[in-house]
Design a protein around this ligand. Sequence first.
Ligand SMILES: NC(=O)C1=CN([C@@H]2O[C@H](COP(=O)(O)OP(=O)(O)OC[C@H]3O[C@@H](n4cnc5c(N)ncnc54)[C@H](OP(=O)(O)O)[C@@H]3O)[C@@H](O)[C@H]2O)[C@H](O)CC1
Ligand SMILES: [K+]
Length: 489
Amino acid sequence: MNKDCENWLLTPAAMGRVDDAAARSGMNSYGLMEKAGQAVSAAALRLFPGARRFVVLSGPGNNGGDGYVTARALSEAGAAVSIFRLGDPSRLKGDAATAFAHCLLDGDDLDAYQPWAGDVVVDAIFGAGLDRPVPDTVRHVIERVNVASIPVIAVDLPSGLDGRTGRVLGAAFTAVHTVTFMTRKPAHVLLPGRRLCGSVEVYDIGVPMRIVAGEAGCVRVNSPSEWQYEFPSEGLESHKFSRGHLTVFSGPAAATGAARLSAAAGLRIGAGLVTLASPTAALETNAAQLTAVMLKAIDNPSDLAVYLDDPRHNAFVIGPGFGIGERTRAFALALKDRLVVLDADAITSFRDEPNALFNAFSGGDFRLVLTPHEGEFARLFPDLATDERQSKIERALAAAVRAHAVIVYKGADTVIAAPDGRVLVNDNAPAWLATAGSGDVLAGMIGGLLAQGMPAFEAAAAGVFLHGKAGTAAGRGLTSEHLITSIER
Ligand SMILES: NC(=O)C1=CN([C@@H]2O[C@H](COP(=O)(O)OP(=O)(O)OC[C@H]3O[C@@H](n4cnc5c(N)ncnc54)[C@H](OP(=O)(O)O)[C@@H]3O)[C@@H](O)[C@H]2O)[C@H](O)CC1
Ligand SMILES: [K+]
């Protein structure tokens, strides 16, 4: 993969414009298809040297064209190849027609394909151009291939997958490997698409980087290069006061654990000082279980107002175990001039009046980070959550603009979006990270990074990435306590 664009995510529409621009710039577009097909053939031979037969399923567009090049290349390499086609090949156009003309192998209709043991399918039916549910012929062949457990290598995208949203349009192949070109597309990282792609190989077919960059936009895969430049350094001159002061609000005596997890995570990620702001009635419970984290009694908004008189209290986490209702709203709104992670109960507290929250944080730099999971997102942004046309990326971005906040739209494919249009999709979270208290740890990590002066978008992205990394390091069966001790900066 070309290093310059390894984190970029281009929609199929943007990639279509890249293809057009490449052709206008004088590039031989058939040459691109030839390289694409050669790359797929090489991957097939590398991954399945013992295949008894490669079965290339070729569709009616350029994805099918890639398939004809692949079939020819596999055959030239001495492999046994069969081709099954969707649509009348005499109706192929442009580069796909050229690829078909160069491929001298006979083919049959897609309906005729019956899987044999030892087959490996090369899926070149639909790629970027799929814009509606797959026809029945394709659905049936997908079912037959699944039932027979035939391995599938997908060209660009598993057929049936919507490249922009990662959703399945009717039915889709489950590939063991997907070869895509120049950059990944949203469907390679958003669920369920990511699971259907298998391993993803990004092959550079030679489109000049300036042309790809022209369409790249601000949507990327989350990786340290996206936020490292803002990551707090641990210089010798730094001391606990220069590394900020994070405050986490504890719930009542019966619900203190979540906030302690956030506080411990904030300390572990490097906040200079961490205070747990606790109701008086919960002080004893909290005191019995804290050492490095400080404790402060804050019962009502006037206690909080006094606490906020000290500008060194710069970052806050509110929500984990805090309780839902008027008091929560009053606390959250009182924090409007500070850096705030609003999570869990604090998100739900604004379900009936989200604009009160959004308006409070609307002026100046964005300093609010909202960390909803699917259900919480639907409470704050019901219209966006039910809009089937939009991808998770598009929803997160619309929510960020509306809320004037950084949105961390959680899930196994967490999306981080800023009101200025930047979006990162996270792909390093292991399945076992979805455990009790995991979200509390994440909120504390982001709060701890905010306290240290990291801007909200970078803090959120770094928090999500390092949370996934800690989950991987902690391993299967992790508990949230173990997750915290596995955090590495
Ligand atoms: N730079 C690159 O990334 C390159 C990519 N290449 C490959 O090109 C495809 C995209 O090719 P495109 O022709 O735009 O699209 P597809 O081949 O995926 O599909 C378009 C054809 O499929 C028909 N279609 C779409 N949806 C359905 C459906 N549900 N049922 C039936 N038919 C469908 C569509 O028909 P229309 O009626 O809508 O016109 C088209 O006939 C990309 O994925 C790469 O594999 C290039 O090879 C090199 C550069
Ligand atoms: K495909």
